[in-house]
Design a protein around this ligand. Structure first.
Ligand code: CA
Ligand code: CA
Length: 603
């Protein structure tokens, strides 16, 4: 019996060894023998004159020799276009979080002399030892003030990680380590309304808003909310905005249509969440923009874009600062290539050869001394980690089993095995299984990944400070309008309840204010569909080069300075001779259409 078991194991290992060398190929054929070519293979996708199939080297040579075979090429994986945190461990290098890149934080510089100050109404900031951890060094504390409160204590001691994470997204220092805030080093004023036990502020939120005003803040970030509107609270926020300020408030994380407050007041700018791929953060609330008040003949229905989500930013899986020692971040490399990973409670650093344990449902001596590469599924994460540790594995890397879901965030509560354990994305499975050396570096430290509209809101607050510092004569309402006018439309075409005007873009908002002045100009109609146009000049300003995509048809019409310049092949690019010191607008439309067009650009 024992002997038979061993044989069975050996057989399955061999089978895996062969499968690891198989590649997903696209085979094209002339149609004369399609079924003959497919015979004996599992067809993954069946097209007209082609099919996709996994083939090892023998399979490839067999296929080439068959009647009707035309060609064969690797079916390369395609991913959604998206943003990603820059590579590295924030405990030793400065990581650029994806939400910072997505909001164009890297494309604009904060002007510190403009005197922007962001008031963070949250759970305090980890400057000294607090309720959950110690000082986070990734702040310029000389630029940060706060107010103490009898209910919640010192603003400079954390009352939980939330406030430190939010403040880091707004203004963590650009100092070569940790993360970078969207407005790095911006002046901040901290009001601690929560502590680790929950709400503890001795007065109301209206008082917090007034304290922000007294401190000279021009932006307030409130990554908080609840169900009931309150007129005192609303009046305080309205006054702050009427005096030229801007108030960003989180939409909430219940994934439903509830209007949360203070986000739902007209004076507040409600912020929704997106993920790194510009998709919706599923938990982000999406209240209607329409309210009905009164009864019978006095009933009125009002639609206002200021009582629903106005703008969105990265809120899912956001990396930022936490009280020292309370976070954990993971970095994985496969033969030196960085692979995105999520940490677990099991931390540590190990480098070894990788060993594919399948779904790791049993102890496997092959993993001894190696990094266990484990597919998600069938058994709990804790059991996978235990089976890796009990096999003598030095670290466990669990690979997601669904494409497009990103890294797997694992709860390994109950695992007895103490080997470092991390989760990675399905898309990196091939890289990991093909690597001869895998490093797992999961370090307890001062940074962590959180999700929520609480993370999206400070991303927009940072963007507002960044844009406003470059246009300091504008009011908060003008900054709010510019952010909306230049947001990247996502989801349903145009304004919608999930994203408002779309994803905030700092550089675009700043450019818009440069072009149109604080009170804005005419807003370009949003491009229909996803058609986009970009361009540049060359030959000393004598040639304009444009590139577009997203238009259908074999040819397109190019409009220069509003006039149809004639048609050109829809091959995605064209060049035109222009006069050196003149400016030209370009727009590209589907042939014969004046509505299915790209955005307009000026060169
Ligand atoms: Ca930093
Ligand atoms: Ca939209």
């Amino acid at each position: 019996m024992k002997f038979k078991m061993k044989l069975a194991c050996a057989a399955s290992l061999l089978a895996l060894g062969t499968a690891a060398h198989a590649e997903r190929m696209i085979v094209t054929h002339d149609g004369s023998n399609g079924n003959g070519l497919k015979k004996g293979h599992k067809v993954l996708v069946d097209g007209q004159g082609w099919f996709a199939v996994d083939l090892d080297e023998n399979g490839k040579s067999g296929m080439r020799g068959k009647k009707g075979f035309k060609n064969m090429e690797v079916d390369a994986p395609r991913r959604l276009m998206g943003f990603a945190d820059s590579a590295g461990n924030p405990n030793s290098v400065q990581v650029l979080p994806y939400n910072y890149l997505q909001v164009e934080g890297d494309q604009l510089t904060l002007d510190k002399n403009a005197g922007m100050k962001v008031c963070v109404v949250d759970s305090g900031l980890a400057r000294d030892t607090g309720e959950t951890g110690g000082r986070n060094n990734d702040f310029d504390f000389s630029s940060i003030t706060g107010d103490n409160d009898s209910g919640t204590g010192d603003w400079f001691r954390d009352g939980g990680a939330h406030g430190t994470h939010v403040a880091g997204t707004i203004g963590a220092a650009d100092n070569g380590v940790g993360i970078i805030g969207v407005a790095p080093g911006v002046d901040m004023h901290i009001i601690k309304v929560f502590n680790n036990a929950g709400w503890g502020y001795s007065s109301d939120l209206a008082q917090a808003v007034n304290k922000c005003a007294q401190a000279g803040a021009n932006i307030i970030n409130m990554s908080l909310g609840g169900g009931q509107a309150n007129s005192t609270e609303e009046n305080a926020i309205t006054n702050f905005v009427n005096n030229g300020g801007l108030v960003l408030v989180a939409a909430g994380n219940d994934g439903n249509t509830t209007r949360s407050y203070p986000a739902g007041y007209e004076a507040s700018m409600m912020v929704g969440g997106v993920n790194k791929d510009d998709g919706k953060y599923a938990a982000s609330q999406y209240p209607s923009c329409t309210v009905t008040t009164g009864k019978g003949r006095r009933q009125t229905t009002t639609t206002k874009e200021t009582i629903c989500v106005e703008i969105a930013a990265g809120g899912q899986d956001v990396l930022s600062t936490v009280p020292a020692g309370t976070g954990a971040v993971a970095a994985v490399t496969a033969d030196g290539s960085a692979v995105a990973a999520a940490s677990t409670a099991n931390t540590g650093t190990q480098t070894a050869a990788g060993y594919h344990m399948g779904t790791a449902e049993a102890v496997d001596s092959g993993a001894n001394g190696k990094v266990c590469l484990i597919d998600r599924g069938n058994i709990s994460f804790a059991d996978k980690v235990n089976n890796c540790a009990n096999s003598g594995g030095v670290a466990a890397v669990v690979i997601n089993n669904v494409a497009g879901e990103g890294v797997v965030h694992m709860d390994i509560a109950g695992a007895e095995g103490t080997v470092p354990a991390v989760g990675v994305a399905f898309e990196d499975r091939g890289t990991l299984l093909g690597a001869s050396s895998v490093t797992v570096d999961s370090t307890a430290g001062d940074y962590a990944v959180f999700s929520g509209t609480s993370m999206a809101t400070p991303t927009v607050a940072g963007a507002a400070a960044l844009v406003w510092s470059n246009h300091p004569t504008c009011t908060g309402e003008e900054i709010r309008a510019a952010l909306k006018a230049t947001a990247q439309d996502v989801g349903d075409a145009g304004h919608d309840v999930h994203f408002g005007y779309g994803i905030a873009k700092s550089k675009a908002a700043s450019d818009y204010l440069t072009t149109n002045g604080c009170n804005g100009g005419p807003i370009d109609p949003p491009p229909s569909g996803d058609a986009t146009l970009s361009g540049s000049t060359s030959k000393g300003g004598r040639q304009a080069n444009i590139s577009w995509d997203g238009l259908n048809g074999s040819s397109v019409d190019v409009y220069i300075n509003g006039s149809n310049n004639g048609s050109t092949a829809n091959d995605g690019s064209a060049s035109y001779s222009i006069s050196k010191n003149a400016s030209y607008t370009f727009k590209v439309c589907e042939s014969g259409s004046t509505t299915t067009c790209t955005n307009e650009i000026t060169l």
